[in-house]
Write a protein that binds this ligand. Sequence first.
Ligand code: ARG
Length: 460
Amino acid sequence: MTTENHKLWGGRFEAGLEKWVEEFGASISFDQKMAEFDLKGSIAHVTMLGETGIITQEEARQIKAGLDELLDEYKAGQLEFDISNEDIHMNLESLLTEKIGSVAGKLHTARSRNDQVATDMHLYLKTKLTEVIEKLHHLRQVLVNLADEHTYTIMPGYTHLQHAQPISFGHHLMAYYNMFTRDSERFEFNQMHTNLSPLGAAALAGTTFSIDRQRTAQLMDFSQPYSNSLDAVSDRDFILEFLSNASILMMHMSRICEEIINWCSNEYRFVTLSDTFSTGSSIMPQKKNPDMAELIRGKTGRVYGNLTGLLTVMKSLPLAYNKDLQEDKEGMFDTAETITVAIDILAGMLDSMTVNDSHMAESTEKDFSNATELADYLAVKGLPFRQAHEIVGKLVLECTKAGYYLQDVPLERYREISELIEEDIYKTLESKTAVERRNSLGGTGFDQVKWQVEEARKNL
Ligand code: ARG
């Protein structure tokens, strides 16, 4: 069953699409998220058409007034879109026609949906990038504050998830601060490639009308127009960069969330999440679950998926526009929405959690994470480090069998092991001393952590 064709592009068609085929091709269900940007792009375009005399000033004024009204109505939630108008571009054009009559038909002069949709995507992402960078700024601030507060809080540092050497909790947090700073810088770089205007590339080859692309770029607050029309309508690198930056960000968030999940388990009890960021169990009354941290970890999967999805869509696409490109949107929207809320959740969770600092520090007292201190102690006194390592290793084995730790070994036993060992060994073996003395640049020593915090504050 076919119907008559009333599409904006219907001129060369005798029959219309069947409803279910039309639905398959339509993007209005999701691209309506770009309505505001589509209208702003159209306002810039029509302003330029009027200024260059491609249409009259009066026509431009009427069209612009109509677009302004549509923008207000959109913001007030009053616009209704229709699937038979396929996408946001044709929906808005047909709403404009209803409003101002046939003069609306002049808006699409010297433009195509191909440069129009690319413009919308750039405008959308420009806004989102600013938002993401701001939210990351807040998260980094939260981390620095927490690191400042916990510069002197001692925790076990791990390798292979085994106690390795005691560290400052502030140092641990500052590692994440650095990751999120690099994430932010990657999004800033991403802004450069998003800040280009495709408008005026038209369908693929530019236009015979004497348009002013610099002017529309300026009106939309882009740094400059794309210099190649084919590239302008088919480039989605700016979205791929976004998705890949978002994937790296999610990987970082997933890592800290995994740590938080561990830290609030009964085995660690390093932190207690606030009630506002935890949930209970429908069957086990005692449960307090770190659901939000788990969800961030889980949502990392969908963000990676969106990156893989678009990379696959783009692979082998010939120039210039192909309808495959309509598949670029949902993953971008989903990623932007996922990361913006995930950053806020993580910041809120960190900001409101209780750090059980004494418990954290205690857990470095009942382990062998001071073994390196003993080996270094001997090495400083002239014993080759390899030999020191061997001696300490044997002593650790002896302690393990006897059920005590290096700090419990009596001085007589130490003197038997090596004449180099003196009374000051006990102070050396304390976690606090171990942390304090790791004062090499970028180490966990308290002074180094304080320096990191100060530097971060200067940058924020
Ligand atoms: N909805 C389309 C998209 O998202 C807009 C561009 C359509 N252009 C075309 N020649 N069919 O890509």
